[in-house]
Design a protein around this ligand. Structure first.
Ligand code: NAD
Length: 276
């Protein structure tokens, strides 16, 4: 189903308190959507909600942790007390850790799997049944990453979680076809959002590399507003995969046409980011 017009449609976004989630919320608001927003960061969430309300749209906000089933149950109850079902579900909340496998701590694995993978599952489980029951179709966007089809040696564990989201989205797209619900794996390349400052950097010279990576992203990465446009375009065109930004497109075609070239580029890009 192609959702070209968001006017009056209910768009739900997780992780809407910052970065790509906030930009997507504000773009959806400018296109007339009613918003349902959650984040575990209440202050960021309220800032996004205030900016969206200033555009003149209706906004339902709730603090929620996507990794916590009980918290997502409470969120879903609040949403379904107000709406039969959402029209567009955007599972965007995510976290990252900047290091290779050997520097990744057990808690990094647990946290990233819980938020990036189970968070997406929790969103789908709680909102898709009502969309199906209502029978009017809709769309799901799961935010994966360019690292979800071309892994990065600088983010091994993160890449694992984003490959999982990419695979889940492909399977779900086939599963949801008969319900006229489209599913997109959104795959941004490097995007200049707070995630580069909040995600821990581990391994040798971690402090220096953390500064370098932030500087590299500030100079070279896409803006979240650009990614938001690709997300809503993917909804309008019912795209299965939506790379966002030059690096994401290059990596996407390299991963399909010449994976060795993609891996070579990924190693070079990781080294450049580490050096700033
Ligand atoms: P961000 O840090 O600016 O925003 C992420 C938001 O998710 C934050 O507001 C945070 O509070 C929220 N969040 C984190 N854990 C949560 C939880 N357990 N429950 C609810 N909310 C939670 O980062 P961003 O760059 O905007 O990231 C958005 C998505 O885009 C993530 O899935 C990320 O992996 C993905 N992504 C980002 C980039 C990039 O370079 N920035 C590239 C590819 C993919």
């Amino acid at each position: 189903m192609k959702l070209k017009n968001l006017n009056g449609k209910v768009v739900l976004i997780t992780g809407a308190g910052s970065g790509i989630g906030r930009a997507t919320a504000l773009l959806s608001a400018r296109r007339g959507a009613t918003l349902v927003l959650c984040d575990r960061d209440e202050a960021g969430l309220n800032e996004t909600a205030a900016a969206a309300r200033a555009v003149g749209v209706d906004v339902l906000v709730k603090t929620a942790d996507v990794s916590d089933p009980a918290s997502m149950d409470a969120f879903a109850d609040a949403v379904h007390a107000r709406f039969d079902a959402v029209d567009v579900l955007i599972n965007n909340a995510g976290i990252g850790v900047w290091c290779g496998l050997l520097d990744t701590l057990p808690e990094d694995w647990d946290r990233q799997l819980a938020v990036n993978v189970k968070g997406v599952v929790h969103g789908c489980e709680r909102f898709l049944p009502r969309m199906i029951e209502r029978g009017r179709g809709g769309h799901v966007v799961n935010v994966s990453s360019a690292a979800g089809y071309m892994p990065s040696p600088a983010m091994s564990s993160y890449s694992v979680t984003k490959f999982a989201v990419f695979g889940l989205s492909q399977a779900l797209r086939m599963e949801m076809r008969r319900h006229k619900i489209g599913v997109t794996a959104s795959c941004p390349g490097p995007t200049n959002t707070p995630i580069v400052r909040t995600g821990p950097v581990r391994g040798a010279d971690a402090e220096e590399r953390a500064d370098n990576v932030v500087g590299f992203f500030q100079r070279t990465a896409a803006r979240p507003e650009q990614v938001a446009k690709t997300v809503l375009r993917a909804v309008a065109r019912n795209r299965a995969v939506a790379p966002a930004g030059l690096e994401a497109h290059v990596m996407y075609y390299a991963s399909r046409i010449s994976p060795p070239v993609g891996r070579w580029l990924s190693v070079r890009w990781s080294a450049m980011a580490n050096k700033g």
